[in-house]
Design a protein around this ligand. Structure first.
Ligand code: IMP
Length: 194
């Protein structure tokens, strides 16, 4: 099946395509489709729904959207749905700057539980859509480690692997990640659709 992915993030595309193979994953820029929806909802689900619905309405094809982020308990769940924009108003413009900001906001705090959350919506047809939300629990490090993955991966330590998410192989990350778990559940739904 041809499925549009409501994202320009090459890392997300890679992680989702690997699991949804042999379905073809197309992102708007592959077909020069202008796509820049405003994420105005107050939840991962709400924002994923906005993106998937809008892309379905533009293309007429099934569309998947992923809205994800990192939630830190000691910061009352921040940055949460604002993970991609964390610190933007004070100039934190890239992954490294966002990671530095998060570590500095956690300085001296010993309670370091956090989780990645991924909500995925498949907008299959007018009035037919499906949502899955999954998590990956971890501990926020005091100093980033590893070069794999993207975003906040170097900051999240997984005791069961003895590694940060950025130190996992792509296969290891797919097996345990919030996104991997959500896409595999979505894949089961896709197989039932007609
Ligand atoms: P979105 O594109 O609005 O869903 O923003 C997602 C943001 O959350 C990304 O830009 C990352 O900062 C963060 N994020 C989501 N998933 C991951 C992940 O798997 N690893 C690291 N950071 C992630």
């Amino acid at each position: 099946m041809k499925i549009y992915l409501a994202s320009g993030n090459a890392h997300k595309r890679g992680e989702i395509s690997r699991i949804l193979y042999p379905h073809t994953i197309t992102i708007p820029s592959d077909e020069h489709i202008a796509f820049d929806p405003e994420e105005t909802a107050d939840s991962f689900f709400g924002n994923a729904l906005i993106k998937a619905k809008q892309l379905f309405e533009i293309t007429g094809f099934p569309a998947v959207a992923d809205d994800s982020g990192i939630c830190v308990d000691a910061l009352n769940g921040e940055p949460g749905i604002y993970s991609a924009r964390y610190g933007a108003e004070t100039g934190a413009g890239d992954d490294k700057a966002r990671n530095r900001l998060l570590l500095s906001n956690m300085e001296g705090i010993t309670e370091r539980k956090c989780r990645f959350i991924c909500n995925m919506v498949l907008y299959y047809d007018t009035d037919r859509f499906y949502s899955v939300q999954e998590t990956l629990e971890g501990i926020l490090v005091t100093e980033g480690r590893g070069t794999g993955g993207f975003g906040y991966d170097p900051l999240v330590y997984l005791p069961e692997y003895g590694k940060t998410v950025a130190e996992l192989t792509p296969e290891e990350k797919d097996a345990c990640s919030h996104r991997g778990k959500a896409v595999r559940k979505l894949a089961c739904i896709i197989e039932t659709l007609q």
